[in-house]
Design a protein around this ligand. Sequence first.
Ligand code: DC
Length: 219
Amino acid sequence: MNIAIDGPAGAGKSTIAKRLAKDMGYIYVDTGAMYRAMALAAIRLGLDPADEEKISAAGGKADISIRYQDGEQQVVLDGENVNGHIRSEEVGNMASAISVYPQIRQKLVALQQRLAASADVVMDGRDIGTCVLPEAEVKVYLTASPQARAARRYQEIAAKGRVCDLADIQKDIEERDYRDMHRDASPLRQAKDAVYIDSSDMGIEEVVDAIRQICKGRQ
Ligand code: DC
């Protein structure tokens, strides 16, 4: 069985998907991390995110693969484990900007489909239920209000001892939502057969339980 979880930035997809995968003995596939690795390659080359030709060429050359260490997904870019370099807002924004390009998407979608064909997966992203795994047995569209998502991001960043501004984070989230939802190539939207969950007022366990119930109904 494959489980697809899509939704906007900061909705809690990775926390929920990771937890669910662990409980069910499935493999967790974080597709955003793959776009982030591509973004890191572009940043390191000093590329302009608006330059589709150069970004697509760099994406074509970048060797991206996934491996698992102690159950955690590691993204390998040209032989280097880049997990420690892809979580910044700079990389996230670049990932959103370059993920509009079809050549970047084709390459990563193929990698994601290979992974799902080889194991039971919980895969999160923006286009999993609509494009990567249209036949997934369980599809969830997980969202929360922009205010709730910004507050969660703020807490995450503050917990790491970094200074940040809540209003800036919310603005960033809203811009990213807009770009991810309005691009031509597989925009973020709810698949027709996806279950909609608004987690604004739900705890992690509550959301995990809700998805477990959906899975039970499909087994
Ligand atoms: O989930 P995330 O914040 O790590 O994703 C970073 C960006 O990558 C996101 O803003 C859009 C892009 N992305 C995508 O286009 N399709 C996916 N399946 C996953 C991420």
